[in-house]
Design a protein around this ligand. Structure first.
Ligand code: FAD
Ligand code: DLZ
Ligand code: SF4
Length: 504
């Protein structure tokens, strides 16, 4: 054998660039469950089980198509992926190591030193599973004062031809976001959900994770994530048929008893390489063109994948490894313990966190406008917030998690990703969810011990960060409202927020 190909746990795609440069006749593959990857954050148990089960299924699929694969399970006791490569190199006379670039700076930087320490060439190929390459993003970003997602998205629509009629967007509009903000009623009919049954490979992994990762957050109960390409495709088809038509209308809605609503829950499979982003967008477009799903749903879904997903990845690699340490608002509070337990009287937080610990899943608005919003209003250290998100969601890898957390939800990059902080009071959560009707706090009350904490925190946040945020043109009207309040009202709000923060 001349080539040793390393495949990482989120590179489970038969056409991955490292493999497409090799052939079963001349290459050997190595995959490994290693402690460095398993412990670099306190991954949710479900994320660990998903990763190991999907890796083991991918190993079996590779072997079935003629590849030789060395696979180290966690029991082999290897610390790192480098060690797995070094160990396998001892068993042959290889000429080079092939690997597709990692999705996190941490590992990407480490790989740069491998050629020296392993003593043979290590070819790191670009990850071709994205619709915009590093060069595409760099070309788009070049010379722009602001890197706004909307303009990137329009460019991507034109380039891919998705939802285009010639050079015009289908429906005469690029973006139907304003049609995607309906609150959901608890009585709303919900689409049936797809659950993948647990097979013997997954069961073995569930036992391993329960045994070896008992201290990690989250539950393994009712594990139902797809762990093979075929299962992920079934999940995809089920979503397209049952939930995509309602995806647009209720995209921003939150219901305590319905974690998924009309969301796809496909991000975990997609990020691990079990699904293809272009294929997902094309299938969604077909649902619209053939009259089975409305335009606001299909455009909304395509925008998340073709727009947001590609855009945040571009930002992550462009901004470099220190991006996760940005802290534009100088927020220093430790992450409250209830993020790891869900034990708080604030129903919105206890439901969103409880659901996260149960499933390793929360949809976008829960992540942005409940857990993210609270952390930002309470001045929680963005790096701690980032580590929490990276740990608790089954779809979390830094390339996609960090820009969403550091940039979009915490405004810790000072406005690179979003033109203003996503700050809101309890009224927003009340409008978009059914959480407040079952809460100890009163969302209509602004100050005092029984008032919704988000209300005073919202104004206190704006007052605390006056020097940094007042100049933001999009916050002008909000600061004018603050200025119009009399001094007593202002100090009541600030005292209420101060008392709450002190109690955390
Ligand atoms: P759907 O609502 O069905 O959306 C369809 C697909 O669009 C998703 O599967 C996902 O691939 C993509 N998508 C949607 N929104 C985004 C976005 N903002 N950025 C990138 N892709 C997007 N997504 C992750 O994949 N991993 C993360 O670690 C992650 N962390 C986040 C942290 C915060 C604070 C926020 C606000 C968002 C985060 N997101 C992350 C984006 C988004 O919340 C998830 O992609 C989505 O909730 C996954 O659920 P779904 O598959 O049901 O998505
Ligand atoms: C997430 C994860 C975990 C928990 N374990 C492994 C592992 O043991 N072996 C592996 O190859 N990959 C794992 N992964 C995925 C990697 O962490 C991921 O490839 C990097 O973070 C780069 O995106
Ligand atoms: Fe959350 Fe406030 Fe509503 Fe309670 S009242 S659920 S704390 S927004």
């Amino acid at each position: 054998m001349t080539d040793l190909v390393l495949i990482l746990g989120d590179q489970l795609t038969p056409q991955i660039s490292s493999l497409s440069q090799a052939s079963p006749q001349t290459a050997h593959i190595v995959m490994a469950e290693v402690t460095d990857e398993a412990f670099y954050v306190r991954h949710h148990k479900r994320k660990l089980a998903f990763t190991f089960s999907a890796m083991r299924h991918f190993r079996d699929a590779l072997r079935a198509t003629g590849w030789n694969v060395t696979y180290f399970t966690l029991d082999a006791g290897l610390a790192s992926l480098r060690e797995a490569v070094a160990r396998t190199l001892q068993d042959g006379s290889y000429k080079r190591v092939l690997v597709t670039e990692a999705g996190e700076w941490r590992l990407h930087q480490e790989m740069r030193s491998w050629a020296d320490t392993l003593g043979l060439p290590v070819l790191v190929a670009e990850d071709g599973r994205f619709l915009a390459s590093h060069d595409d993003f760099a070309r788009w970003a070049e010379g722009r004062k602001q890197l706004r997602m909307e303009y990137f998205y329009r460019e991507m629509r034109k380039r891919t031809g998705l939802l285009m009629d010639g050079d015009k967007p289908v429906g005469g509009q690029w973006n139907f976001d304003k049609d995607n903000r309906k609150p959901a009623e608890a009585s709303l009919f919900m689409p049936p959900r797809h659950a993948t049954p647990v097979d013997a490979v997954t069961q073995e992994v569930l036992d391993l994770v329960a045994d070896r990762f008992a201290e990690h957050p989250g539950s393994l109960d009712r594990f139902d994530l797809p762990v093979t390409r075929a299962e992920a495709e079934q999940s995809r088809d089920h979503f397209m048929q049952h939930a995509l038509p309602g995806f647009g209308d209720y995209q921003d809605a939150m219901l305590a008893a319905e974690p998924l609503l009309y969301h796809s829950n496909l991000s975990t499979a997609l990020n691990a390489g079990l699904l293809d982003p272009l294929d997902l967008c094309q299938r969604a477009e077909r649902e619209y063109r053939e009259g089975r799903a409305p335009l606001n749903a299909v455009e909304g879904f395509i925008r998340q994948i073709l727009g947001w997903r590609e855009y945040v990845r571009g930002i992550y690699w462009r901004e470099g490894p220190d991006y996760v340490r940005r802290n534009a608002l100088d927020a220093r509070r430790p992450l409250p313990d209830f993020y790891w337990t869900g034990e708080t009287d604030m129903t919105c937080l206890s439901k969103a966190i409880g659901q996260t610990l149960e499933l390793g899943y929360a949809h976008h608005i829960q992540r942005l406008m409940v857990t993210g919003l609270f952390a930002m209003l309470a001045d929680v250290d963005p790096f701690e917030v980032h580590e929490w998100y990276l740990a608790v969601y089954t779809d979390a890898y830094e390339w996609v998690e960090a820009p969403n957390v550091i940039g979009m939800s915490q405004f810790a990059d000072g406005g690179l990703l979003g033109s203003k902080p996503y700050a809101a009071s309890g009224a927003y959560i009340d409008r978009m969810s059914d959480y407040c009707s079952d809460c100890k706090y009163d969302v209509k009350q602004k100050t005092g011990p029984t008032a919704c904490p988000f209300n005073a925190l919202y104004w206190d946040f704006l007052a605390r960060h006056d020097a940094t945020l007042r100049g933001n043109p999009r916050l002008g009207p909000v600061y004018r409202n603050w200025d119009r309040m009399d001094a007593d009202r202002q100090s009541a709000l600030r005292n209420s927020a101060g008392a709450f923060l002190a109690s955390l």
